[in-house]
Design a protein around this ligand. Sequence first.
Ligand code: NAG
Ligand code: NAG
Ligand code: NAG
Ligand code: NAG
Length: 390
Amino acid sequence: MASHHYAFLLTSSLQLLLCFSLLLADDSGPSASPCAFPAVFNFGDSNSDTGGLSAAFGAAPPPHGETFFGAPAGRYCDGRLIVDFIAQGLGLPFLSAYLNSIEANFSHGANFATAGSTIRRQNATIFQTGYSPFSLDVQTWQFTQFKSRSRIAYEKGTFRDVLPREDYFSRALYTFDIGQNDLTSGYVNNMTTEEVKATIPDILDKFTIVIKSVYGQGGRYFWIHNTGPFGCLPYILDRFPIRAPEVDHTGCGTPFNDVAQLFNAKLKQTVIKLRKDLPNALFTYVDVYSVKFKLISQAKMHGFEHPLVSCCGHGGKYNYNVHWGCGSKVVVNGTEVMIGKACKNPLKRICWDGVHYTEAANKWVYDQIVEGAFSDPPTPLRMVCQRQAH
Ligand SMILES: *[C@@H]1O[C@H](CO)[C@@H](O)[C@H](O)[C@H]1NC(C)=O
Ligand SMILES: *[C@@H]1O[C@H](CO)[C@@H](O)[C@H](O)[C@H]1NC(C)=O
Ligand SMILES: *[C@@H]1O[C@H](CO)[C@@H](O)[C@H](O)[C@H]1NC(C)=O
Ligand SMILES: *[C@@H]1O[C@H](CO)[C@@H](O)[C@H](O)[C@H]1NC(C)=O
């Protein structure tokens, strides 16, 4: 920023603040965000899917959504996801899924994430292995089309109240939370831990291509979550017990978390390289792994219980059964009975359905990351459009 701008900021910060709040009150709701991000475009997997997979492959059933929305809301959760808290924290509405044709409103962003998404394309269909066909490269094709077609439609004037303005694309925050499924898919394909580790460089090469593509289309502000400790999740512990002879004092499978941490170390290096290659962009790397692991390993201290047991599920050590997931029903004597039921108090639980976190856990994670304590650089969410002084 030029020095006269800086002086202007110092002398007129109050006027500027007033000006921002008026603008925001007019357009994007209450927010004191210095960046005034007008939109969020999200890419990822189920950790941030707000309705994509539900739109394409069948709606997430009740009791998903019960805590916050009062009904299923396209999320694999009892309520809000971290990306929902991010949108709210920036004073923006929840993100509509790009794939959702009903009641979608993209005026302040769009969500390209779907549950089961990977960075790399998979060689099997969703019906074989459960991984989404909307891999990260496909999500960016959708973004490309969203951007070009929304511009044409906006200019025609027909859908203006549900589309972003053209200048939003360069001012928006681009958020990413993806990679976990690339690692678990290695295990699903019967790879050893060493073999899974060997796939990480290729996964991150594909990630780099995608970031550069979004940059090429005007994206400048990138908020990138690392991957969580999936070795603490019931669906992994239940499915691959034999792969985790080593279990830590929390009960998490050590080899899985080692893989996640190696991925994260290399993701961090990738982000450093991206900063060099794209000096006009700003990247925030967010260590959600550490926050999630802290929550799980110190559950009691933070007011949570049974950190490794699914709230919604059907039996077994982890209240998780791959055949009878959260919301599963069976017909008994002509009557439908839900056997994938939710626990009594999801507000005290971390794991919602064996794969995903509860709204309470997501809120806890959001509160930890929003001020930048787990970010590199350590900038608060609302300020990540501003360059760090060196
Ligand atoms: C899919 O198969 C191709 C060709 O064998 C291979 O190069 C690629 O790594 C595979 N992708 C994944 C995600 O396993
Ligand atoms: C879409 O959201 C924007 C911003 O919240 C709002 O102004 C607009 O009226 C909404 N459009 C529809 C069709 O609901
Ligand atoms: C992995 O091994 C299991 C058990 O041997 C087998 O049933 C499955 O087909 C294998 N999966 C792949 C993708 O090779
Ligand atoms: C189903 O109906 C039969 C006959 O009325 C009864 O014996 C049985 O206990 C019922 N099963 C369940 C699970 O209610």
